[in-house]
Design a protein around this ligand. Structure first.
Ligand code: PHE
Length: 431
């Protein structure tokens, strides 16, 4: 059977925006900004995105488009022995998806609670076994989408959900900015503290957030690139990254004014979205409606990201082992539910822990932070050092000075920054 292709450039761009825009934009970005110098954080963040995230995005797309296959077989075609590196990336994405789905399932639960007008406290929710039902439900939603294929599933989901997400977000921002807490909220969020820029931890946070938010280095864009006809890769990657940044910045504008309007302190981490914000929604006017809209929007974002992650192992099974899509999706879905189960159980009445923390928190650190960086390193080294350079130049439109500068960045700059981020991430957990 012929390889599936996106129905159009727009379809590909929307699917990639769907992958990039996720829980990382709407929940993680705002509190990272608040905790790392406010508006000043945008400087290291934009540098991280433009100078390092974007080149890696383009490299992934180039590898996928040029080899015309997904990560395991693409790496295998570069050098036979890199098949193992491809498999490692597939494993890391699958492990990330396992716990990402758990967070997505809480979002789904909260959306439902607000829709029926009966918000439940996070503590009460996770003290039951109800989260497991939602874990299965959101897993099923992702499964059904990927099972339907590249065009009919992945692309279609983003075609509908990304515009809806944007409309809800703009509505929330407009509402928030007219609330009494707007000035204080924006002040907390964006007033720049330039003195923080001398702190290496702020820069490491910027690089970590940039790579996570762009979904880069995970073989996702590589797989998406393999469904792409000839395209201007740089321009498309820039559009995807631009949309990703815009939605992240807007999310903070929607969130913080509401928190301050309700007279609450902005919390960092899990608490912001699952404790502080729901409390705010119960205290401000139209809170139930706003809460329902907010969590539905967040679920749309999470779903399209999870879908893109699931496609990586599914495409690998199809390309490397000749599985038909439906069977591959079912198999991977079952595996992901098992991989995610310990994380799901860690926020139930069972309180499953490892190394003194909820299993999910450990998974986020081991796979979502360290694993993600390791995967990015592998992609940049395999693509930058071992792939035939002529083929990369063909994909990025020639070998003028811009393309040569780009190549130098990919071979030296990106691995160096990833290595520094990796070392920084090791220390952060001790502190
Ligand atoms: N980029 C997604 C987000 O911002 C998360 C993600 C990370 C998706 C890694 C795929 C791979 O939530």
């Amino acid at each position: 059977m012929a390889r599936e292709e996106w129905s159009s450039t727009l379809g590909f761009i929307l699917a990639s925006i769907g992958s990039a825009v996720g829980i990382g934009n709407i929940w993680r970005f705002p509190y990272i900004v608040g905790a790392n110098g406010g508006g000043a954080f945008l400087i290291p963040f934009l540098i991280a995105v433009c100078l390092f995230g974007l080149p890696l995005m383009v490299l992934e797309l180039a590898i996928g488009r040029s080899t015309g296959t997904s990560v395991v077989s693409a790496f295998g075609s570069i050098r036979q022995r890199f098949t193992a590196a491809g498999l490692l990336i597939v494993a890391i994405v699958s492990l990330i998806l396992g716990y990402y789905l758990v967070i997505a399932s809480w979002v789904l639960a909260y959306a439902l609670f607000f829709v029926i007008g009966r918000p439940v406290e996070f503590g009460a929710f996770t003290d039951s076994y109800l989260p497991l039902a939602f874990f299965l439900l959101s897993g099923l939603a992702v499964y059904v989408t990927v099972r339907s294929g590249v065009r009919e599933g992945i692309e279609r989901a983003s075609r509908y959900l990304i515009p809806v997400l944007l409309v809800i977000l703009l509505f929330l921002v407009a509402f928030s900015l007219t609330e009494p807490g707007a000035v204080e909220g924006i002040g907390f969020y964006l007033s720049p503290d330039f003195s923080r820029l001398t702190d290496p931890a702020v820069w490491i946070a910027a690089f970590g957030q940039a790579f996570f938010s762009l979904s880069v280095g995970m073989g996702i864009l590589l797989t998406f690139g393999s469904y792409l006809k000839r395209e201007a890769l740089f321009r498309n990657a820039a559009i995807i990254a631009g949309a990703d940044i815009l939605i992240a910045v807007l999310a903070g504008l929607a969130i913080f004014p509401l928190v301050f309007t309700a007279g609450l302190d902005p919390a960092a981490g899990v608490n912001l979205v699952f404790i502080t914000l729901p409390t705010a929604f119960t205290e401000i006017r139209y809170g139930m409606l706003l809460g329902a809209l907010f969590f539905l929007m967040l679920f749309a974002a999470a779903l399209t990201s999870a879908v893109s992650m699931l496609e990586v192992p599914v495409a690998a099974l199809m390309d490397s082992y000749g599985y038909p899509r439906k069977r591959a999706t079912l198999l991977v879905f079952a595996a992901i539910m098992l991989l995610g189960l310990p994380s799901a159980l860690s926020y139930t009445a069972l309180n499953l822990e490892a190394f003194g923390m909820p299993f999910l928190d450990l998974a986020d650190y081991a796979f979502g932070t360290i694993g993600l960086i390791v995967a990015g390193l592998i992609v940049s080294v395999v693509g930058g050092w071992f792939m035939n350079r002529t083929r990369i130049y063909e994909e990025i439109g020639g070998c003028g000075w811009q393309q040569r500068a780009y190549m130098a960045l990919i071979r030296y700059g990106v691995p160096a920054i990833l290595l520094i981020t990796l070392i920084g991430s090791f220390f952060r957990v001790g502190g």
